[in-house]
Design a protein around this ligand. Structure first.
Ligand SMILES: Cc1cc2nc3c(=O)[nH]c(=O)nc-3n(C[C@H](O)[C@H](O)[C@H](O)COP(=O)(O)O)c2cc1C
Ligand code: SF4
Ligand code: SF4
Length: 330
């Protein structure tokens, strides 16, 4: 089958995931092309050679990022093109469930036939840094979910219900709008700590929106077309970027995850029945993946506590406010 994976990425987690999915599909004999969305331009790509298209994005504020939506809006799709969504985010709380709401509306209006959607857990690029051993476990389960996804797609097994539940729909509907303008506003506060900066210009070269430049005095400045992707602040070698309210909330993460290196690490499970607090959502999502994986490919799923259930938005917000003790930081 000729397949296209089209995705948006800020800090390259979605790029890593897309390459992993492409490798797995190629192992099965499919011909796979990848297209990384350039958020700084308006352009169209040709979908007509493809039998199946995967749409990949990281969740920002319980929704698909603005550049991803814009890209979809500008495309012309062949009639009844078959597609699927693979989204990823730092936590697997159900509050993220309806994040594709606006994307789906746009795709379906253009007669793209989407019946499958998959939510992968990848390391947080905001909020707090995940420890490598936990990221390794995320990658193990991302691989399992990718295998489930490929199997279901190839066997015509749909996994989407007609409507998302009310709560995630309400969360996405209300937060997404704020998220879409937040970067442009937040960027008025960005600045570089001169005492830390080594003038490597990596932030200028890598900003996907060409939003960072040097003025006539040679000072680093920020324009106001920011996606809030965190690429500049996460990948700055000296942690020299003040990234507005994200810093004020103590949510800046610095230092890119070395996913290739983490992938090669020995796997020791981190999440188990004693996991409490923030990571409980992974207890539920890993258990679901394990069960489905074993249904399809055989084997015994790992034993999970039968009452495993992820907490909701209110509990989560309280935990964020009071900084839960078992949040793991490196
Ligand atoms: C502005 C912003 C908002 C985010 N909002 C959420 C969110 O609502 N839920 C979540 O689980 N993760 C959230 N994340 C984390 C990212 O979805 C996650 O780290 C993702 O893997 C990043 O992918 P990328 O490296 O391809 O950009 C957010 C990240 C950013 C930068
Ligand atoms: S990436 Fe960091 S150290 Fe390099 S120029 Fe930008 S702010 Fe300075
Ligand atoms: S300024 Fe930083 S956060 Fe904004 S789009 Fe550029 S790299 Fe991303």
């Amino acid at each position: 089958m000729k397949i296209l994976l089209v995705y948006y990425t800020g800090t390259f987690n979605t790029r890593f995931l897309s390459n992993r999915i492409a490798d797995m599909l190629r192992e099965e004999g499919d011909e796979v092309d990848l297209h990384e969305i350039d958020p700084s331009k308006k352009y169209r790509i040709d979908f007509s050679p493809y039998e199946l298209v995967g749409f990949g994005y990281p969740i920002y504020g319980f929704a698909a990022p603005r550049p991803f939506l814009r890209f979809v809006r500008h495309q012309k799709f062949p009639k009844n093109l078959k597609g699927f969504i693979y989204k990823n985010s730092g936590e697997t709380y159900h509050d993220n469930d309806a994040s594709s709401m606006f994307v789906l509306r746009r795709l379906r209006r253009r007669k793209v036939d989407i019946r499958n959607e998959y939510h992968f857990g990848m390391p947080y690029n905001i909020h707090f840094r995940y420890a490598d051993d936990f990221v390794k476990e995320q990658l193990v389960y991302a691989d399992k979910l990718a295998r489930i996804m490929i199997y279901e797609l190839k066997h015509g097994i749909q996994n989407m219900s007609k409507r998302y539940p009310l709560r995630p729909r309400f969360i996405t509907w209300s937060v997404a709008r704020l998220q879409y303008i937040a970067g442009d506003i937040n960027s008025y506060m960005y600045r570089v700590y001169k005492d830390k900066c080594i003038s490597c210009d990596k932030c200028i070269r890598e900003c996907p929106m060409h939003n960072i430049y040097r003025d006539e005095k040679g000072e680093i400045r920020f324009r106001h077309h920011c996606n809030m992707c965190m690429r500049c602040s996460l990948r700055c070698p000296k942690d020299a970027i003040y990234i507005g309210f994200i810093d004020n909330w103590g949510w800046r993460v610095n230092g890119a995850y070395n996913l290739k290196k983490i992938e090669a690490m020995e796997y020791k499970p981190v999440i188990d029945e004693n996991t409490k607090g923030f990571f409980e959502c992974y207890y539920e999502s890993f258990s679901k993946i394990d069960r489905r994986y074993c249904e399809i490919f055989g084997g015994e799923p790992r034993e999970y506590h039968p009452k495993a259930k992820s907490t909701g938005m209110v509990t989560k917000l309280l935990r964020l406010l009071f900084r839960n003790k078992d949040v793991r930081e490196q």
